[in-house]
Design a protein around this ligand. Structure first.
Ligand code: NAG
Length: 213
């Protein structure tokens, strides 16, 4: 089975699982008709995107699955223990820099692809079980490039290392309408918004991806 098929499957499976436990707060990866909650059930309300307020009883692992625009990134993060475990660790703060679903879907190079695999192995690079392992490993690095484990809150200008080992920091810039925007450097990726602040960290939604070479 080609890896892309495998991935579709695992995404579908994880979406189904999440839907069962957390019905209305989840949105499938691909567009679906709006669902009615079952009779007698009120829709689960999204936690309000509290600007500066920390939700003290909630962990990243709980909140990330409720962000409709981040289902793809969340699925990827759950594929490996070293990217999912920190999200549930109450003793370590992590800043999650999550590209939204559309950004990931539109990438010219898929998160599980690496040019060096194609250089070494040609177009068959992701076929078969060896291909699946390579793709898995690339996905792990993709998520790691978007996790700052051990830092949250994260001050402007503070240089930190991602779990993939890259050094990043962020700057505040004013956009055309004078609103302040956070930009992750050195890649210059804009932060759409800080979606949640919880007991063990923050989820920032990105409008692009960070270097996952
Ligand atoms: C971890 O994050 C919480 C919530 O923002 C904060 O209160 C706490 O001081 C942080 N801990 C460290 C070690 O930064």
């Amino acid at each position: 089975m080609r890896f892309s098929n495998f991935l579709q499957l695992s995404l579908l499976t994880s979406t189904t699982a999440a839907t069962a436990s957390d019905q209305a707060a989840q949105e499938p990866i691909h567009h679906r008709l709006p669902q009615r909650p079952p009779p007698g059930h009120l829709p689960v309300m999204m936690p309000a995107p509290a600007d500066d307020q920390v939700q003290p009883a909630v962990l990243l692992i709980d909140i990330l699955g409720t962000q409709r625009s981040l289902t793809t990134f969340f699925s990827f993060s759950r594929m490996h223990e070293d990217t999912s475990e920190p999200l549930g660790d109450a003793n370590t703060n992590t800043t999650v820099l999550a590209p939204n679903n559309i950004v990931i879907e539109d990438l010219p190079r898929k998160p599980w692809e690496n040019p060096s695999d194609y250089d070494a192995l040609g177009s068959q690079a992701y076929d078969g079980s060896g291909g699946k392992d390579r793709a898995d490993e690339n996905l792990r690095k993709f998520v790691q490039a978007h996790l700052v484990i051990g830092t949250s809150p994260w001050e402007a200008g503070a240089k930190v290392k991602t779990a993939a080992g890259t050094t990043i920091w962020w700057e505040a810039k004013k956009d055309d309408s004078g609103d302040e925007k956070r930009v992750i450097m050195p890649d210059g990726v804009e932060v759409d918004r800080v979606a949640s602040r919880v007991a063990n960290g923050e989820v920032w939604i990105l409008k692009g991806v960070l270097n996952y070479a």
